[in-house]
Design a protein around this ligand. Sequence first.
Ligand code: PLP
Length: 658
Amino acid sequence: MADKWLRLGNPWEIPRPEIAFEVKFGGRTEAGRRDGRYRVRWIPDRIVRGTAYDIPVLGYGVPTANLLRLWKAEALESFDFQAFNTGNYYGAVLEKVVSENITKVLYPNDESPQGKLLRLQQQYFFASCALQDMLRIHTQRGARVDQFDQKYAVQLNDTHPAIAIAELMRLLVDEHDLDWEPAWGITQRTFAYTNHTLLPEALEQWSVPLFAQVLPRHLEIIYELNHRFLDQVRRRYPGDTDRLRRLSLIDESGPRAVRMAHLACLGSHAVNGVAALHTELLKQGVLRDFHELAPGKFSNKTNGVTPRRFLLLSNPGLAELLTRTVGPGWVRDLDELRRLEPHAEDPAFREEWRHVKSHNKARLAALLQQRTGVAVDPATLFDIQVKRLHEYKRQHLNVLHIITLANRLRRCPTLEIPARTFIFGAKAAPGYYLAKLIIRLIHGVADVVNHDPRLQGRLRVVFLPNFNVKNAQKIYPAADVSEQISTAGKEASGTGNMKFALNGALTLGTLDGANIEIRERVGPENFFLFGLSAPEVRALGARGYRPLDHYEQNAELRETLDQIASGTFSPGDARLFQPLVDNLLYHDAYFVLADFASYCAAQERIGAAYRDPEEWTRMSIRTVARMGYFSSDRSIREYCADIWHATPEPIALTRISE
Ligand SMILES: *Cc1c(COP(=O)(O)O)cnc(C)c1O
């Protein structure tokens, strides 16, 4: 179903029609000499106008607002009178429709060639509008273009806006008449790049013919950058042609493609990962050659989450208890939560802590009832996995355990384990077939489990549709257990792991992403660890991993997979889940079967621990008390100090009336 979120307009955005720029597409270039210098002119075959829309972002309890400036694509001429007058009524509005499509939706990165074309146009459109606007402000203030980097820092949030590096070069050299070398210095000092993924298949590349069609001038600029860059590499590593091939901005191993991550590294003075393990793996893996060239560029900036949204706003019950216990300072300085720790030993405080959690679970139960019709009991253990659906995040590992648990409970009705409610929320990318099949499986398992009289009061499974931030605010505060079960070495950081722990959930997790740092800070005794480590995953992969061994040797796993394969969870379509089962048995790139036994054992430890509510509550309190480091305030301060060299600007503190 379409989410028609703009049907009543957007009261928060302020149109700024007086702030508009032209963005060119396609066409060709013309080189020549002008004023005695080599100059290139870009003759586009289409021009689109980008108009600014501002969304004010208020500071917390301060009289300042930052502007989030968004851009809408419009046709320069919204109506073609010539076409209209010659009877071509459709043609008369076509240009308008085609132009506006650029910012209609976010184009996914796994699409058809037509979809890919629109995505590249979209990335370039936003990058160009933003840079033209920065240069406009900079020069209107009377500053010189060659001082641009002294006033602006541009952080590339993944490679999606990395085309901005070539665009700034074009603006400086072609439109502001700077020479190449100084322009490149300004560009490198302006940009920094944050990498967000270790999955090589997720690193963006654009086919050279597509790129040439949309951005002919930028392709020339990238070729020139590459030429100069590879000359330097050649001088430093004479004869090392393999290294040249690996470092090149152009991938020539198959059909030629522009490597956006390489452009981002080359054009930036700082490159960072988003968790300690992630940064280390970047340096050893996908960005190894760039690290060897310039190790000083690299640093780690572990992610954080905002305590204003993900605690104060989303968990008013806990926020009130925290403020009453340690004072209100934690909202701005999350380290203040440290002072909570002694209260873990206070039985009355623990009782209040549990009361808040029960209230939040009842609130989520009401939402689940309303959205799905499934009734869940807030007195049961809430075990929650909410995140985008991806094989590496291993929602299917969670499902395999649920089926196994159901089998155990049917076989042994007196099993002394706490009643559990497993809650899922996840969106799949539009073209990701296996991800959608896993969502289907979760629903199939929920249908069987929730209707089995032998499992009544012991086990429930619910899938909450439309996982977004608004729903998330009701979900994270209601969790007892946080599922952070990605294959070690695959999750860059995760932030859901932080939101859960900040709201008092205990983590069931692998040594992956920021889980490692969360475990170090909350203490290993308050973290349910399982699974292979990143080096173990790598070693097993190199040895030759045979998932079938686990199927053959683990009777419970075999029973579970046989049930999925034989249609137990897909009545009327026994073969529905065969592709998923085959993938696990014969491929299992994410080591689900290898970690299955360890995961089940950790779930057993959780069941035992949950039966001691006083100790469980102590663990929950200590977890929250030790989560201060994972505030986005800390994270942003590190970007300011180490990358942007931005110092705090004092603001006038006029009192805000209540
Ligand atoms: C925090 C959050 C995420 C990221 O979750 P991970 O578990 O870190 O993958 C995704 N979607 C929404 C809506 C979130 O709030």
